[in-house]
Design a protein around this ligand. Structure first.
Ligand SMILES: *[C@@H]1O[C@H](CO)[C@@H](O)[C@H](O)[C@H]1NC(C)=O
Length: 205
């Protein structure tokens, strides 16, 4: 039994490694890749009319993305490039709203940034043509209002639920109070009726 488990675990590991290898280490179809003498890849995706970031290999050391149509990068999309040393993202129409902050801080952390003079924001108007290097959080509208729509939907639904719960609570407390008042009144009227009856029976005697 134990041996069977070990074999199955090993098989799973092998499959996982194979799968991981082909999805993480292969060259994106829209780019050309050149292996370095030391382990690593030069990934050249320049001038390919790319609108989105391709799936980049884990072992990318030099990354050329210049002269494309990329406007933004989803947060976290570049975190796996732990071996990266050199990058060129110039000549793209970067949309520098608050969501660019992830990409900007990632870009700042790369050791060698090429062609900085041509790495600029294109939109929004307030920062058009501003070099990436001089961009700060103050140049952008505050991030607070641009929640992901999914998040906002959940938030609105939660608000509805809370509102409904509060309404039900208010209604219930009202009903309880009313029924208590009613019970009181009934008790008083019945007791007063009893008193009257007693009085009358006393008088008649
Ligand atoms: C990247 O590829 C382009 C052609 O698509 C070529 O002109 C350029 O020299 C290449 N850059 C590097 C650094 O290999």
């Amino acid at each position: 039994m134990a041996r069977w488990w070990k074999v199955s675990l090993a098989m799973q590991l092998i499959v996982l490694l194979q799968f991981g290898n082909c999805s993480i280490d292969s060259c994106p179809t829209s780019c050309s890749c050149l292996p370095l003498k030391t382990r690593g890849l030069i990934v050249n995706c320049s001038s390919r009319h790319l609108r989105d970031l391709p799936d980049l290999p884990l072992i990318t050391v030099q990354l050329y993305l210049q002269n494309n149509l990329i406007r933004s990068v989803p947060p976290g999309a570049l975190d796996h490039l732990v071996s990266l040393q050199e990058v060129d993202v110039s000549g793209n129409p970067w949309n520098c709203d608050c969501q660019i902050l992830y990409f900007k801080s990632w870009f700042d952390s790369v050791a060698d940034q090429r062609n900085l003079a041509n790495t600029r924001c294109a939109t929004p108007n307030t920062v058009s043509m501003k070099p990436f290097q001089t961009l700060t959080g103050n140049d952008m509208p505050p991030c607070g209002r641009t929640w992901p729509t999914k998040c906002r939907k959940f938030f609105i639904r939660d608000l509805y639920m809370i509102g409904l719960a509060v309404l039900v609570l208010i209604l219930m407390s009202y009903v309880v109070r009313m029924s208590r008042k009613l019970a009181c009144r009934v008790a008083v009227t019945t007791s007063s009726r009893h008193m009257k009856a007693a009085n009358e029976s006393y008088k008649s005697k």
